[in-house]
Design a protein. Structure first.
Length: 702
């Protein structure tokens, strides 16, 4: 198989050494030692990063004097070596996954670690996509890539014991055996993965990380290289976003790996749902009557969403492949049996493909639709050039099978010879110490329509079509890169309408009390001072300015309400600007994180016009914009005029109906709701219209 940059790989780069690390304990031990060896930088990108995961090896305990938990380990490491630059890039994840994530990663990974541990949430992907690459780059000289995130419920040893005392989450809850694989490379291949991280970091933060000299060798002591002096292919999936073109090297590489198969394809993968991959496997099985396919996957998915959305897809995948290969295809899951008939299924999270004894592929990409075009992915591939490398690939495949069957690679090789080289016969018979491979027998659960609907959202072939929805609504004037902002405006408007309706039907306070409070403020001779003080105070604690504008209009009516709200908003903006100017860019960046660079670049680009556009279609909360503008030394005149121009349309529209809010909360009429809805829709239309004009006639890059 030929590795061709621009087609089935991004780059082909030489590595002096490469090693495959099987299961979390071996990977975390190697990575921990490599981080301790780091002299200049540690860069980590992941689908998930958890501050409390225990970064420990097979013993389950730290053995080097540093703390076990990840955030504490990093803090101790940079305290001992202040010159280290640590960058953590975590997917700005969907709330659907919040129950299984570090609930406040900004707090635990940014504010609870030293300033040279820099943390950023990566939102540089389209709506519906995820950042799924799992990269660790040390000093631009050593890199890890594969299926393992630095997060909880991933640690396990090769033994996958049914009663493993260290296999518990931070709350002390045990979890089933867990299997995954990571590849470690050095040399130019590591530098190339560093370039990949640099690009993701630049996109998320507008900050460029430097190329580093590679004077040190952070390769962890005790880890033997499986390969030396070889070329590593790097394949990516990248959905189209902003100035990034869509990339589907991962899928192309899967096709080419399958087309190269003659005798055997060994696959470990968490998800098996991509119909194009199934069809390609079926074609190759028909073309090569001697070809066998052994696929190792989880018995079932733990997460409710995955179980509902991907079961039907896996059934279809299996039907396509089995119809073509019949008894030359076997789907199995690893099982561990204990005393009194107790069994546990090992969770297979690995993404591995081994073709014959010539191609080894390890990465982050699943065999599902998302990994082919929706999520960001990165796979490493190497092709054997001689007998030594072929024997190494064969040994690693045997090691993986032995991992599931309770024996070592030599025992697998001997058993395979007894079965005439048949991987399927081996998988059906080899078992030791309660470990075995059991056949997967999926059964549809009967909720076909619901599952099909969920599947379309959870496993799409391309990012969910919010872009097409907004483009259709607004005539194609809003480009893809601004859709998320438009959706936020739509959501904000609908929230305002919904809140008014909810207040009427489910009152949170006595209407008389609300009306009395608003009236008392309006009648006070200190009303202007109260209003301006409220705006300034609220602006410093990030309270939504739109809510204050509406409350001011409700208390003072449209004319006085407009004047007071305009004065309060402007003075609040100037107060925030002054605070930002006093604390400076670096302090603000330390507090809010490196993604602040993107906000700063937008604000400082074109003075009055920029500030006005940011106020009309906000790229960040009101308070953040105030602070960043001051810290970035935007001229005060430009800032003040731009703020006034940008806030003016919203002030007019909200003030026009805001005085009716008290009546809406007490004795609303259909006309009141109609006026409120019309004002909100007008605000949305104006914001979207300005977004379209700015996007079309004044387009700037990140």
């Amino acid at each position: 198989m030929q590795l061709t940059p621009g087609q089935n790989v991004w780059r082909v780069a030489p590595a002096r050494r490469a090693a495959m690390l099987v299961d979390g304990a071996d990977y975390f031990a190697a990575m921990r030692r490599a981080m301790i060896n780091a002299r200049r930088s540690i860069w980590i990108a992941g689908w998930d990063i958890h501050s409390k995961m225990r970064l420990v090896g097979p013993s389950g305990e730290p053995e080097d004097g540093y703390p076990a938990q990840f955030a504490d380990f990093l803090s101790a490491l940079v305290a001992a070596r202040p010159e280290l630059d640590v960058c953590l890039l975590l997917w700005d994840f969907s709330m659907l996954y919040a129950p299984e994530r570090d609930f406040f990663p900004t707090l635990t990974l940014r504010w609870n670690t030293p300033s040279n541990v820099r943390f950023c949430l990566d939102d540089c992907i389209p709506l519906g996509s995820s950042q799924h690459q799992k990269l660790v780059v040390i000093d631009d000289a050593l890199a890890f890539n594969g299926g393992l995130d630095i997060t909880i419920r991933r640690w396990d040893t090769n033994r996958h014991r049914i009663d493993e005392p260290h296999r518990v989450d931070p709350s002390g809850n045990p979890y089933p055996p867990f299997h995954d694989v990571q590849m470690m490379v050095d040399g130019d291949a590591a530098r190339a993965l560093g370039d990949l991280f640099r690009e993701r970091w630049r996109c998320a933060t507008s900050e460029r990380l430097p190329q580093l000299s590679r004077d040190e060798d952070p390769w962890p002591e005790g880890v033997k290289a499986d390969f030396t002096g070889l070329d590593i292919g790097i394949a990516r999936t990248q959905p189209g976003y902003d100035d990034q073109e869509p990339v589907q090297e991962v899928e192309r590489l899967f096709f080419d790996c399958i087309d190269a198969a003659e005798r055997s394809i060994y696959i470990e993968n968490q998800f098996l749902t991509a119909p194009r991959i199934a069809a390609r496997l079926a074609e190759r099985l028909k073309a090569r009557p001697q070809l066998e396919v052994l696929m190792i996957a989880p018995k079932f998915q733990e997460a409710w969403l995955d179980a509902r959305s991907l079961l039907a897809g896996r059934i279809r995948f299996a039907e396509i492949v089995r119809e073509a290969g019949e008894d030359r295809v076997h789907f199995a899951y690893p099982q561990v049996a204990g005393r009194r008939g107790r069994t546990l299924a090992t969770m297979v999270h690995a993404k591995v493909m081994i073709v014959d004894d010539k191609i080894l592929r390890v990465g982050s990409a699943n065999l599902n639709n998302r990994s082919m075009g929706t999520d960001t992915e990165c796979d490493l591939v190497l092709t054997a050039r001689g007998d030594d490398e072929r024997r190494s690939i064969e040994r690693l495949r045997n090691k993986l099978i032995g991992d599931h069957c309770g024996v070592d690679a030599d025992a697998v090789a001997s058993a395979l010879a007894r079965h005439g080289g048949s991987l399927i016969a081996l998988a059906r018979s080899l078992s030791h110490g309660g470990h075995s491979l059991q056949p997967i027998e999926d059964v549809a659960n009967g909720l076909v329509e619901i599952n099909t609907l969920i599947e379309g959202v959870a496993d799409p072939e391309k990012p969910i079509g919010a872009e097409e929805f907004v483009s259709t609504m607004f005539g194609g004037f809003v480009p893809t890169r601004h859709v998320s902002t438009v959706l936020k405006v739509l959501a904000a408007g609908l929230f305002v309408i919904g809140l008014a309706v909810l207040w009427h039907f489910v009152p949170f306070a006595k209407p008389e009390a609300v009306h009395e409070t608003l009236s008392s403020i309006g009648e006070s001779k200190f009303a202007p001072v109260i209003v301006v003080g409220a705006f300034v105070a609220a602006g410093l604690v990030m309270f939504p300015v739109t809510v204050l504008i509406a409350a001011t209009a409700a208390a003072f009516g449209p004319w006085f309400g407009f004047g007071y709200a305009a004065a309060g908003s402007l003075l609040s903006a100037i107060a925030g600007y002054s605070v930002g100017a006093m604390i400076g860019k670096q302090t603000l960046r330390d507090f809010l994180g490196p993604r602040l660079n993107r906000v700063r670049k937008r604000i400082v680009r074109r003075g009055v016009i920029t500030v006005a556009a940011v106020r009309l279609v906000p790229i960040a909360p009101f308070t953040v914009v105030n602070l960043v503008a001051g810290a970035s030394e935007v001229p005060l005149f430009d800032y003040t005029v731009g703020t006034l121009l940008g806030l003016l349309p919203g002030l007019i529209m909200i003030s026009a109906v805001g005085h009716q809010l008290a009546r809406i909360m007490t004795a609303p009429t259909p006309l009141d709701f109609a006026l409120l809805t019309g004002a909100v829709l007008g605000w949305i239309a104006l914001s979207v219209g300005v977004q379209a004009i700015v996007s079309r006639y004044w387009s700037g890059g990140r």
